[in-house]
Structure formats: C-alpha cells, structure tokens
Design a protein around this ligand. Sequence first.
Ligand code: C5P
Length: 225
Amino acid sequence: DSAPVVTIDGPSGTGKGTLANLLARELGWHYLDSGALYRAVGWAAIQAGIPLEAAHAEELGTLARNLEIRFQPEAEGPVRTFIGKQEVTQELRSGPVSEAASIVASMKPVRDGLLDLQRRFREPPGLVADGRDMGTVVFPEAPAKVFLTATPEERARRRYEQLRGQGCDVSLERITQELRQRDERDTHRNVAPLRPSEGAYVIDTTDISIEEVVAETLRRVRQSL
Ligand code: C5P
C-alpha cells in the first residue's frame, strides 16, 4: 500500500495522542493509536487469566494475533474502543491495564502478533500513526517522522491533569512513579525499544503549546509529501 504515513513516537505525556489526533483531523487521514492495541492485549490477558510472564509469551502472542478490536470515532469526545462486543474505552486507561500493556509490549511474540493489524490501518488518503516504534519498526519507510520529548516532571504533570479531568482519583506522586517505571521498561527492552527513528524530527514539547507543535509538524509533513 502506498498511502503516506506520518509517524508520531515518544514516551507518554509528551502530547503524542493530542498531536496525532489533531493532525489526522487536519489532513483528513486515518489515525492509529497503537498504544491502545497493547493496552487491549494487556486487558485481554488479565481477563483470560494468563500470567504476564515470559513463559507465557507465545500464548500472549496468540492473543495479540487474534485480537478483535474495533475503534468507533464519535462526533464529540474520545474514540470508543470495543474488544469483541464489550466496550473497554475507560478500562484501557486504568493503572493495572497500563502496567499490563507495558509488560506484554516487551514480548516479541506480542509485538509480532500486532504487526499486520497495525499495517492494515495504512489506507488512502493517509495515516497518522501514534506509538513508540511507528518510525523504527512498523512504518520505517514513512515519509515524515516525528519524535516528541518533554521532561519527566512535565509529562507526569500532564498525565495527572488528564486523569483528574476524567474524574480519576490519582496522586501526582503515584503517576510520576508509574511513568518512570514504564519509561524504564519501554526504553530498555530488547525488542523495539523506544528511541527516535533515523531521520525523525525531534520536538521538545516541555515549554511550547500543542498549537505550536501541530503547526510545526504540519509544515514539515506538507514539505515531505
Ligand atoms: O501510548 P500508550 O501509553 O497508550 O501505550 C501503552 C504501552 O504500550 C506503553 O507503555 C508501551 O509499553 C506500549 N507501546 C509500545 N509500542 C507502541 C505503543 C505502545 O510498546 N507502538
């Protein structure tokens, strides 16, 4: 498939999701939230009672390969996510599922199991793909690649505000600790570790507004198409 792809990678709390969504809307392109796929595998593993351990990696890989996930965009508010017939939009954002997602994401069979599914999102007129390895592994030939960073303190603060806004009762301390743990795991795993792809345009979003990030990225994307 030759539809163009823009990859947006980086750790959580850098504004990746917001940027990818706005960009997809602006360009009229499809949107892939790859993190939601890893979250879905984590959720399904918990439901099925499969231990999140290396000894069960193949079983978890099979779960990933057979994942029946569906995204349903709404006119207002966030995209709704279904696994089979069950709506899991809220549950996928919970602490335990975030943790499970980052554990299964370190397993090669799981990553391999999600590859085809991710690549099927690439359809005309184009795709904005959001994740950790969109530019390095899933769409290495993408014409435009962005990598977002921000200080850990700022990322934790954003995540905290976001969860608070959704009515979750969380502490900043706990969020900071969870974020640090996930960063550590995502950056140091053997398969598809989090890092900027060669040729990626790196933007530090700590002190700039999301509007500026969107404008700058759009300019880059239009140049590269
Ligand atoms: O982006 P989000 O926080 O929803 O991702 C959840 C987890 O899924 C991350 O902590 C990371 O471990 C994993 N992930 C990944 N590769 C991606 C997207 C997410 O390993 N492309």
